[in-house]
Design a binder for this molecule. Structure first.
Ligand code: PGA
Length: 243
């Protein structure tokens, strides 16, 4: 199991360091059955990297550039993420796909660049409410998957299925719907020549009340948690509850 905390645009350095050190304190010395990674904003990465040094919690970035260096004002490269101690990067989150019009092709390029830098891309996919209401959720996710996962399908990457309508809404698909989509994603990945063991996370309104049920679904390999990951005690207890 893999539990990831996506902090989004939250926390200054003091708040972020406190949040990370509280999570660390909560889980230290306890029996853990999951890998944990947190994804603070770029400005906190360096300080939090120090907080997490030699700990069981890994660090990740929330995005990266398609470029390695040069005249690209505002960009952060995958190698810069590696430089501050990141092992993972979230790519193609729906807030970037929709808010910044990121295309599948762009996300794929970022995923390739990240992999080449030795950082594991977490490629996000998921349908909108409108697409689900039209019965198009599987075809939307298939198009996103086939066009935004890295070229080197044998290399390391993770998929996060996050229905857009479940993000920050307090609403989640039911277990049968989650299972159906995960089976679909596994089938698409396998039939397009990908490794059998690609990990797939569920994301969208995961909290302390629903995490056990969602994570008990055989197909689900972990969770990408937004809002609840800003609460150190709740995030820690989700991690500690993993069987
Ligand atoms: P949420 O966000 O847990 O607040 O719904 C999840 C995400 O956007 O990754």
């Amino acid at each position: 199991m893999f539990i990831a905390g996506n902090w989004k645009l939250n926390c200054n350095i003091v708040q972020g360091s406190k949040l990370a050190s509280t999570i660390l304190k909560n889980i230290e010395g306890k029996n853990l059955n999951c890998k944990i990674a947190i994804f603070p904003p770029f400005t906190c990465l360096s300080s939090i990297s120090d907080v997490l040094k030699d700990s069981v919690i890994s660090l990740g970035g929330q995005d990266c550039s398609i470029h390695t260096n040069g005249a690209f004002t505002g960009d952060i490269s995958a190698s810069m993420l590696v430089d501050v101690g990141c092992k993972y990067v979230i790519l193609g989150h729906s807030e970037r796909r929709m808010g910044y019009k990121e295309s599948n092709a762009l996300i794929k390029t970022k995923a390739n660049v990240a992999q080449n830098m030795g950082i594991v891309p977490i490629v996000c996919v998921g349908e909108t409410a409108k697409e689900r209401n039209l019965g198009k959720e599987k075809s939307v996710v298939k198009t996103q998957l086939l066009n935004s996962i890295p070229n080197n399908s044998k290399g390391s990457y993770i998929i996060a299925y996050e229905p857009v309508w479940a993000i920050g809404s307090g609403i989640t698909p039911n277990i049968d719907e989650i299972k159906e989509m995960f089976v679909n994603i596994k089938y698409i990945l396998k039939s397009s020549g990908n490794n059998d063991d690609i990990k797939i996370l569920y994301g969208g309104s995961v909290n302390i009340n629903n995490s056990l049920e969602i994570l008990s679904c055989d197909e689900v390999n972990g969770a990408l948690i937004g809002g609840t990951s800003l609460n150190a005690d709740e995030f820690s207890s989700i991690c500690l509850d993993v069987k």
